[in-house]
Design a binder for this molecule. Sequence first.
Ligand code: ZN
Length: 363
Amino acid sequence: MQFGVTHAHAVKFGPLDIATGSFLELLDGTRGLPLLREEARTLDLSDHQVDTLVSRLAGAGLIDDVRAAGPETDVLRNRPGALDRHRPDLASLSVVHPEPGGGMRRLAARRAMRVQVRGAGRVGAAIAAVLSGSGVGRVEVLDGGHTEPWDVSPGGLPPTAVGERRDTAARQLVRRSAAGAAPRAAETAGSPGGGEPGLSLIVVAPRDGLSVYAPDPRSAESWIASGTPHLYAGVMEATGIVGPLVLPGGTACAGCLALERAARDEDWTRILSQWRSGRRTAVQACDLGLATAVAGLAAAHALSFLDGELPASTGTRWEAALPLLDWRPERMGPHLECSCGAAGHTVRERSSGADARQETMAG
Ligand SMILES: [Zn+2]
């Protein structure tokens, strides 16, 4: 019997006889183990057969048990309305993290996290809304000035925000997008005094796409120094960009990128300063569909990272240009001369994601 559909996540389990097949139908979350054993007897399955089957199913990642998630998930279960909003997210987390309680535990963990989104344009505001709607407890948006009509997007700032301060409008958007009330200070991890928890991630999504295409190493210095992971996302000249996700000291940073480009192209510094001086007058070439796709993909990469994985944007930039929109990866190598020190490290691939991340952060 195959559970699931897709190549990435379907699981085959077997062989199964008719009695075992009927027993599987009893596993709908309404029966505990004692009742399962009792009803299985009418199918001529012994207690031993039931226990063996259940442990094999659990081993294959096919059984979930929300009560296995631990007391930290109580706050979610006590808010049935909010939990209903998150049901598809929870189902998705359970597919990716199939151990009993794995999905519930991660959804609860998101609630204690603090993420900063830098930029409240078409891309940044939508990323902040998606992160908030996905259960991230604290989403801060930083931007200056007032909302312009061209900042408005269906997933981001609403038309009514035009003329309002961007940071105020974004804060309201984040609150509206959340499935329930924001967590109280006592609920957030890493804050024994009840203060703000540290930043789990910064998403750099400026309205000016050039700052993503050619990120300024100086603006990343304090994030590198504090070891704060950061993810770049934006649209530059009808080209969508997601990545790289920078793990300070572990993968290539903005400084590595700048050094690499300058080494490859002796005119790079001159051209870049021309772009920077010329950009203020021009309206950004930022297609709404592409901006929304970039926001969605960047938010998904951010969530995957927050859930403990190393998504494909780790040390890699993904680009898709209109009109064909085929996403292409460009691996960003750490530069030996960069002070971030990433060139001395290599991050292992996804199969051992969580371990690799810890190793990287420790390094
Ligand atoms: Zn670097």
